[in-house]
Design a protein around this ligand. Structure first.
Ligand SMILES: [Zn+2]
Length: 480
């Protein structure tokens, strides 16, 4: 099965990954043990012996220690700023002892960019059990991120030394009150809640901890320039495909580039809109799709329910009829409860169902649209819809393979979350499978989800995340 190494041995790899159980999602070579990486891309795939032979003294070796290696996950539907904003504020009302407090702070600061403030409120000392932590212990878990956690009475607050030094307040005791709290508060940057780069960087760090190396940000805000600047500054651990909302695009056509344009890290060109079950909106919807499609954009439409999905398929069909054939990859976001006859039309028109199994995991069943759409031959993309739900792809994989009669195979689910999502953003030649020439975006899992009992998949953790050949997360080294 492993055969000869694919790829060239003339390129000296800067990184090699060995001793893995590598599921490539490449039908020509579904299994391998090792990968050679040069300049962020995969240059060879083969056995550990073959790949080891390519290494030179300067080569970094990543030993997967027999663990499962997959292409990095590609979340086809996220609201990235929403994810980052989970960490913009810490609701402290349920924290009642030192262990909980330090654990929460550690969790937050692990994902926050260095220097970003951690702001919390409603810390209730009336229900506190045991001694408070010392300032030294708080500083030890957060040396670089200033912290202010307001008590139930917000004139007092727990404040760490990083925050005190920003406000030039003396470093004595854990809790400050009165004018000292006011001084700390005035040191918090005014744009804490709107610093999109810091918030997106937080989301990126968090996504890396779940093996997510690519996201398709369907948030309607126009953040393409912010993401580009972040990529330039080395602040992104995620490749981002950014979509803008149809209303914004109608007002200003210049906010979106043509479909899927950009570099390997940041790309844009998709336009997202909604459909509800009303029949009246149809002519307007067709008109908007036709205009955006004609301008070279990819159009994504949110649809949930039988009627809404039927409307969208009909509207897409009408737009295709008007503008003629091209590789446009229209997408239905959610496609939840789509009807049987629509599935055949969708498949024939090349429309992509972009689905979120964990979001629709009602009563232990994702519903029959998952197996029906996948069996139809449609290109299904998987995602989470975070921040509606956590971004963890293992939750989506768990849901789609633990759905009774509607379960799909682990292989099919992983493929939808990698190659399927890559296709949905016109990037299937760049990523989504482990093949020579593709970007070296990889994830190493704690357990082999292809062989363990399916109900245990949800307990599987990401051990290492690799983006462009670089380790961006590992359970040994943390997220930074
Ligand atoms: Zn959404």
């Amino acid at each position: 099965m492993l055969g000869a190494a694919a790829g060239s041995s003339q390129i000296p790899p800067d990184t090699i990954l060995i001793n893995g159980v590598i599921r490539t999602m490449d039908d020509k070579r579904p299994l391998a043990e090792a990968i050679a990486i040069s300049d962020g891309r995969i240059v060879a795939v083969g056995t550990s012996r073959q790949i080891k032979a390519l290494s030179s003294p300067g080569t970094t070796v990543i030993d997967a220690r027999g663990r499962l290696v997959l292409p990095g996950f590609n979340d086809a539907h996220v609201h990235f700023i929403g994810v980052g904003n989970w960490f913009s504020h810490l609701d402290s009302k349920d924290i009642s002892n030192t262990t909980e407090l330090l654990e929460k702070v550690r969790h937050f600061t692990r994902h926050l960019p260095k220097g970003r403030w951690l702001i919390g409120a409603r810390l209730d000392l009336a229900k506190w059990k045991g001694p408070m932590p010392t300032l030294e212990r708080l500083d030890a878990v957060s040396p670089d991120n200033p912290i202010i956690l307001y008590l139930s009475d917000p004139t007092s607050a727990v404040v760490n030394s990083a925050a005190r030094s920003r406000a030039r307040v003396a470093p004595e005791g854990l809790i400050l009150s009165g004018p000292q709290v006011a001084r700390i508060r005035s040191a918090i940057p005014a744009d804490h809640g709107t610093n999109w780069a810091e918030i997106a960087e937080t989301a990126s760090n968090y996504a890396a901890s779940f093996g997510v190396t690519s996201v398709q940000d369907v948030h309607s805000d126009n953040l393409l320039d912010t993401y580009r600047q972040m990529a330039k500054a080395g602040r992104l651990k995620t490749r981002i495909y950014e979509c803008v909302g149809m209303p914004g695009w109608l007002l200003d056509n210049s906010i979106a580039p043509r479909a899927a344009t950009g570099d390997d890290t940041v790309r844009g060109g998709c336009i997202k809109t909604f459909s509800d079950a009303s029949v009246e909106e149809k002519p307007e919807l067709v008109d908007r799709i036709t205009r955006a499609d004609k301008a070279g954009h990819q159009v994504l439409i949110h649809a949930i329910g039988r009627r809404a999905n039927a409307n969208v398929v009909a509207a897409f069909a009408a737009a295709i009829e008007k503008n003629g054939p091209r590789d446009r990859r229209f997408r239905i976001e959610h496609a939840h409860n789509i009807d049987g006859p629509e599935i055949a039309r969708l498949r024939a028109l090349g429309i992509i169902p972009s689905m979120q199994p964990a979001l629709f995991y009602d009563g232990g069943d994702v519903g029959d649209d998952y197996p029906l759409l996948l069996r139809s031959g449609a290109n299904v993309a998987f995602g989470s819809d975070a921040s509606m739900i956590d971004i963890d792809p293992l939750m989506g994989l768990h849901a789609s393979v633990n759905s009774g009669a509607n379960s799909i195979s682990v292989e099919t689910a992983v493929r939808a979350y990698t190659l399927g999502s890559a296709y949905a953003e016109f990037q299937e030649k760049q990523k989504g499978s482990i093949m020579v020439g593709k970007l070296a975006d990889l994830v190493i899992l704690s357990r082999d989800i292809f062989s363990i009992p399916k109900h245990e998949i949800r307990n599987t953790k990401v051990e290492t995340t690799i983006l462009g050949g670089r380790i961006i997360y590992s359970t040994d080294r943390g997220a930074k």
